[in-house]
Design a protein around this ligand. Sequence first.
Ligand code: AMP
Ligand code: ZN
Length: 118
Amino acid sequence: MSDCIFCKIVRGEIKVDFLYESDKVVAFKDIRPLAPIHYLIIPKEHIPSMNDISKDQQSLLGEMLLCATELAKEAGIDQGGYKLLIRTGNHGGQEVPHIHLHLIGGARLSEGIRAINS
Ligand code: AMP
Ligand code: ZN
């Protein structure tokens, strides 16, 4: 059994309120929000990163993206706009090794993607 923090959230061992739940995906608020709206959408299955995605998981990624757009509408940030972000690996700044899609919005966001030393 994985002791990954997001697997613990999926199993209910760490209590968070789910904003969305299906048999494959859950969404919840990021504990350190970068903007007024900052949600994480994750697969229930432990998949360490985008490098581990296979072709038969295309629909899972589609569900995560659609979940994000629905939550953006629910939060009323769809017209103002938002960012969707999946960090991957060291250069991508990924901290939690369980795929998660960030939905960030509710205010104008900084660029925040330029390479260091470029
Ligand atoms: P990343 O840097 O893309 O791996 O993002 C990991 C995100 O997970 C960060 O934005 C953290 O604030 C968030 N996070 C870590 N632990 C928790 C938790 N227990 N509940 C909600 N969000 C968390
Ligand atoms: Zn996990």
